[in-house]
Ligand binder design. Structure first.
Ligand code: DGY
Length: 317
């Protein structure tokens, strides 16, 4: 039986599933493992089922037990793993695409709406109990008929587009390449980011985190948005330069921001917590029982497939 380290606690049925297939080292207390602990715990393991809370940089990868042949990440994003360093060491890295698309698209819409309709201020007022309805009380921005720019039209970007269409939004997007017509569904393709930003009354970040997309929304690119744009990020915190964003939120260039992901999670830029026009959630994109179970089961299946066949459909390196 292959020996597998599971770095974080999973939903019980998924752990049982793993226990049927492998000799499993569980993290019963669900403690965050430091880099040194990760290295130590990998001793004699054939594979690791990791989560986005562990950083497998080149140093960690170089020190993992030489027995490790696969890192199966319990997420669709894999920015926490240096996939090239893993490849050099002949370690396969896999992810969990598809199964979290719908849940993540739902959260993306929630944060877009939360930002546009001033949910943070609304919740605060409701809790104070002394609010008073008036014709101009907490007026926000309406999604209907507005243009939504989507950066990254992969599975999640397209699922957001489908939901946004039902709100009457007009979809624009920028992607590494243009989509086929049947996937595009009349969305307007923009060859450059600048062109997309210039029409984005609303904007949703859904591209992968890598060295090309780090801080792609920064002091310079923010200038291209229409004044008063609403932005949401349900992908990874890396894509936003937080200081530039805070400045734009304070000046009103950006009307409001909805966030589910952060640079250096679980830390959150302190001004995002105090500014009234930033609606924040603690990385809940895939957090439904149905989705987290499907993700964990797929992460287990990826390891099983890899050891049975020597490869895996969800390998990313
Ligand atoms: C992912 O899978 O990348 C999600 O962000 C996890 O919630």
């Amino acid at each position: 039986m292959k020996k597998i380290l599971i770095t974080r606690k999973l939903i019980k049925s998924s752990e049982e599933n793993a226990l049927r297939l492998f000799d499993v080292k569980l993290n019963q207390e669900d403690k965050l493992l430091s880099k040194d602990q990760l290295i130590k715990e990998s001793n004699n393991c054939d594979g690791i089922l990791s989560s986005l809370t562990e950083k497998f940089d080149s140093e960690v990868i170089s020190k993992l037990s030489t027995t490790v042949k696969i890192i199966s990440n319990f997420a669709v994003g894999f920015g926490n793993i240096d996939i090239d360093a893993a490849k050099k060491r002949n370690i396969a890295v896999t992810n969990t695409p598809d199964v979290l698309t719908d849940a993540t698209a739902e959260i993306a819409i929630l944060i877009l709406l939360g930002a546009a309709r001033r949910a943070k201020e609304g919740i605060k007022w409701a809790n104070k109990k002394n609010w008073k309805w008036s014709a101009d009380f907490l007026m926000g921005k309406q999604l209907t008929e507005a243009r939504l720019g989507i950066l990254g039209m992969g599975r999640i970007g397209r699922a957001i587009a489908d939901r946004a269409r039902s709100f009457g939004m007009k979809i624009h997007y920028h992607n590494r390449s243009r989509l086929d017509k049947n996937l595009e569904k009349n969305a307007v393709y923009h060859q450059s980011l600048k062109s997309l930003l210039s029409v984005s009354d609303f904007f949703s970040i859904n591209c992968p985190a890598n060295k090309d997309t780090r801080h792609i929304i920064n002091k310079e690119t923010i200038k291209h948005f229409p004044d008063g744009a609403v932005i949401s990020n349900s992908a990874r915190g890396d894509m936003i330069d937080d200081d530039a964003m805070v400045e734009a939120l304070k000046s009103g260039k950006i009307y409001s921001l909805g966030l589910d992901v952060y640079n250096g999670e679980p830390d959150i830029h302190p001004e995002y917590l105090t500014l009234p026009n930033v609606f924040v959630l603690p990385h809940l994109g895939s957090a439904t029982k149905k989705t987290r179970t499907a993700m964990a089961d797929l992460a287990v299946k990826n390891i099983d497939e890899f050891f049975r066949t020597g490869t895996c459909k969800n390998r990313v390196n």
